[in-house]
Write a protein that binds this ligand. Structure first.
Ligand SMILES: [Zn+2]
Ligand SMILES: [Zn+2]
Length: 569
């Protein structure tokens, strides 16, 4: 038995229960969806979520009755008679191209349906489903039509599967970065600012800075050169690069200035090409690594916007590697290895790798595509990395390797991307002088490791449920003086901890209230100081997730934190 069959049969049973409980209900449609089903009803009264258990109980009662699901093929005329009081069903019947229609009779409930269904309701596990929510939905999705009441349910083959699903959902809800962002005062979205444009609050800005500084230091060590490019550029630049032709629907409309049109930049690439081209390059300079934390703007439909993970303005940790053709494989190998390493530093050890190949809309020769796809494959094989093909998933200018990290709930998130490009070197006539003094065309690799800083922070928050590792925590330590006479000591402790991000909590509240607040704010360490601590130059330490771990000499506490920060755990 397919789970979809059970789910769809449950939709009928739910409609049957609703018919029994709320006579006069008109029925819309009731399909299966991922993990469950729904049904749209035109109810004689409005429905509160508190009624869901009542409907659920009725469904269980019906399931126990071993109700048969009987299929009948009848004429349209007969069907119109059966559904004479069901205006939505009549509308559907009128539109069916066939002369005959298929209906399912289960007990006193009859539905227009092709099936398949269970033979009898006894095949439905009565303890493995749950009605989850009520929502409004326009008939056939159009605002011109009446709004119906949609009841959602989830269903599985066993009670255990249902319980697993529900606890995972609950966990995901608690980890929702949009709620955490508010609770921890990291960022906000404001209608007056605009959809998909996050505003970073002081603590969120600190978190960003920590990540950006980390990237800056790491990449500088690797020999990357840092760039800074403008947020808008002449439309002609984007026409030349091909972005205007290939990406128009994802771009903001051009801005008119004097007699020219400018575009909010959707990518940093053409600027980096200009940096490469501003002087004659020798083979000795290759591979050249150009990096930028570049803020870009892309149009996303308002329906797909989601917290930080889907926004309209975001900062890419972008870089371009420009190299001689024979250096490409080695450079890609380095990028993949390096990317995985950086992700591991942030605590992501599981990932899926995709090799995305030529899309239907592309530029460049087939031979070039073949060569590039082969070299990406070669690298993944050499590194013994398992990957999945993503046919047609490449960018218009070349194939790419995508790394999707998995968070603690095993959900995949697109982060690292390494993209081959033979388009821009061609269009912008990029060259270098080789050993023999001859002009040659270099290859270009686009790469982002974290992807977008915004999305990455969203993922980090969900992965850690807001309890960020010490090295990332915007506030690492709270010092809580027991009484006003301990405030001076608290301030001196703060001074000793000057290399850390520390706040002294001097508000006029009880110690236990401050401790609770610190736990809600997910502060890694809470230090309580009173007479005893003052006398012995110590602190009483509460560690996040562990509670009170006892008194500690201040010097020892500093040493402990230094090690924890170095290990980035
Ligand atoms: Zn059906
Ligand atoms: Zn690029």
């Amino acid at each position: 038995m397919k789970i979809e069959t059970i789910r769809h049969s449950l939709a009928h049973i739910m409609a049957y229960a609703v018919q029994e409980l709320y006579p006069g209900t008109k029925f819309g449609i009731g399909p299966t969806i991922e993990n469950g089903f729904y049904y749209d009803f035109d109810l004689p009264k409005s429905l509160a979520p508190t009624e869901l258990p009542k409907i659920e109980a009725k469904m269980k009662e019906l399931i126990k009755k071993n109700i048969k699901f009987e299929k009948k093929i009848i004429s349209k005329k007969e069907a119109k008679k059966i559904f004479k009081n069901q205006s939505y069903k009549l509308e559907l019947i009128a539109e069916l191209p066939e002369k005959k229609v298929s209906i399912y009779q289960s007990g006193k409930f009859v539905d227009l349906c092709k099936g398949p269904h269970v033979k009898s309701s006894k095949e439905i596990p009565a303890d493995a489903f749950k009605l989850t929510k009520i929502a409004g939905a326009y008939w056939r999705g159009s605002e011109k039509n009446p709004q119906l009441t949609r009841i959602y349910g989830v269903a599985f083959k066993t009670k255990k599967e249902l319980e697993n699903y529900l606890s995972k959902e609950q966990e995901a809800e608690q980890r929702d970065h949009r709620l955490l962002g508010q609770k921890l005062e990291l960022f906000l979205f404001d209608e007056e600012i605009g959809a998909g444009l996050p505003l970073w609050l002081p603590k969120g800005a600190v978190l960003r800075k920590i990540i950006e500084n980390f990237l800056y230091q790491e990449l500088t060590k690797q020999g990357y050169k840092w760039l800074w490019s403008p947020h808008i550029g002449n439309l002609n630049l984007w026409k030349k690069s091909g972005h205007w032709d290939f990406y128009k629907e994802n771009l903001y409309s051009p801005i008119q200035i004097d007699n020219e049109q400018y575009l909010l930049k959707p990518m940093n690439c053409p600027f980096h090409v200009k940096v490469y081209n501003y002087k004659i390059r020798s083979y000795r300079e290759l591979p050249l690594y150009l990096a930028e934390l570049g803020t870009v703007y892309r149009y996303e439909r308002s329906g797909v916007l989601h917290g930080l993970t889907r926004v309209r303005g975001f900062t890419q940790d972008d870089a371009h590697v420009i190299c001689a053709p024979d250096q490409t494989a080695r450079e890609i190998e380095k990028l993949v290895k390096y990317g995985l390493n950086i992700l591991k530093t942030f605590g992501f050890k599981d990932y899926d790798i995709y090799l995305a190949t030529r899309p239907p809309k592309y530029t460049g020769s087939l031979k070039d595509w073949q060569k590039a796809e082969n070299s990406l494959k070669y690298v993944l094989k050499k590194l013994k990395l398992k990957y999945q093909p993503d046919p047609g998933g490449g960018v218009f200018y070349g194939p790419k390797i995508d790394i999707k990290i998995k968070d603690s709930l095993d959900r995949p998130w697109q982060c690292t991307t390494i993209q081959f490009d033979f388009n821009l070197p061609e269009r912008f006539k990029m060259v270098y002088i080789n050993q023999k003094g001859k002009k040659c065309k270099p290859y270009m690799i686009h790469r982002a490791l974290l992807g977008s800083i915004e999305r990455f922070i969203g993922v980090l928050l969900e992965h850690y449920a807001g309890s960020l590792p010490l090295w990332l925590a915007p506030v690492q330590v709270w010092i809580i003086p027991i009484g006003t006479r301990h405030e001076k000591y608290a301030q001196s402790v703060k001074k000793e901890l000057s290399s850390l991000r520390v706040e002294v909590k001097e508000e006029n509240e009880t110690v236990s209230k401050k401790v609770r607040e610190g736990e809600i704010q997910k502060i890694p360490y809470l230090l309580v100081v009173g007479d005893k601590e003052m006398k012995s130059k110590s602190v009483r330490v509460r560690e996040r997730g562990k509670g009170d771990i006892g008194m500690m000499k201040l010097t020892k506490f500093i040493e402990k934190l230094k090690i924890e920060i170095e290990k980035k755990k």
